[in-house]
Design a protein. Structure first.
Length: 234
């Protein structure tokens, strides 16, 4: 065992990825959505409520794929624990539980473990249990469905850090995500730089327009050509 085995994984995220996450966290989903419109990239997911926590989240994705039934003999790890151990402050865990079985894909002890590791939050395409514990902890969880039903004997973890599908969008480990009250947006690793550059340009333009409004310039003047041409990059 070498020294890197004892390091928090967040500390060994490449510096370029850490910088991208930092930049993404300065943005919001509406601005990122506008950037994707300009770039003609689809994939904005609406209607995923933030069930706990109050902060916007963004980070590198660690994926978890759940399957119906019980774990094969010898598979002794509880679902979600491998992802928590692999994660840190630059990560968001995304869980696919699309089996149709009502069973928790995430729960209270997992929330506690993720918060201790500094993980930014969890996205679950499937039911989440112990949501009151997540609310008390202030830990961000985004999901459409809540339940009290345990995963035991119903679903198990098929794999960690494999391609998954979240609300109809294909997601790979190492992709990026931003989520807030407006949307959840997954960003492919190959698209992240141009999405960030474009979103930052849009954010800067909107900041200039906001200053003009505060300075008393008429709204019709501020919103006319500036706003209409913003997604064209003019």
């Amino acid at each position: 065992m070498n020294e890197s085995d004892h390091q928090d994984p967040a500390l060994i995220v490449p510096s370029e990825a850490r910088e991208r996450v930092t930049r993404l966290r300065r943005l919001d989903c509406c601005t990122v959505s506008d950037a994707r419109d300009r770039l003609k990239i689809l994939g904005v997911i609406s209607g995923i409520p933030q069930q706990s926590g109050s902060s916007r989240i963004a980070g590198l994705i660690i994926t978890v794929k759940l399957e119906r039934g019980t774990a094969p003999a010898g598979a002794v790890r509880h679902l979600g624990t491998t992802a928590i151990e692999a994660g840190g402050a630059y990560h968001v865990i995304a869980v696919e539980q699309r089996t149709g079985v009502e069973a928790g894909s995430w729960g209270g002890l997992l929330t506690l473990g993720a918060k201790v590791k500094g993980i930014a939050g969890v996205l679950a395409d499937g039911p989440v249990r112990d949501i009151d514990e997540a609310r008390e902890a202030g830990f961000p969880v985004f999901t459409r469905a809540l339940t009290a039903m345990t995963a035991r004997g119903r679903v198990y973890e098929q794999a960690t850090n494999v391609p998954i599908t979240m609300w109809g969008v294909e997601v790979s480990p190492g992709d990026y995500v931003i989520a807030d009250s407006s949307a959840v947006i997954f960003i492919k690793a190959g698209d992240i730089d141009r999405v960030l550059d474009t979103a930052e340009d849009i954010a800067a333009r909107e900041a200039t327009m906001a200053k003009a409004i505060l300075a008393g310039i008429p709204m019709t003047q501020v919103m006319a050509s500036n706003y209409e041409n913003m997604l064209k990059g003019r």
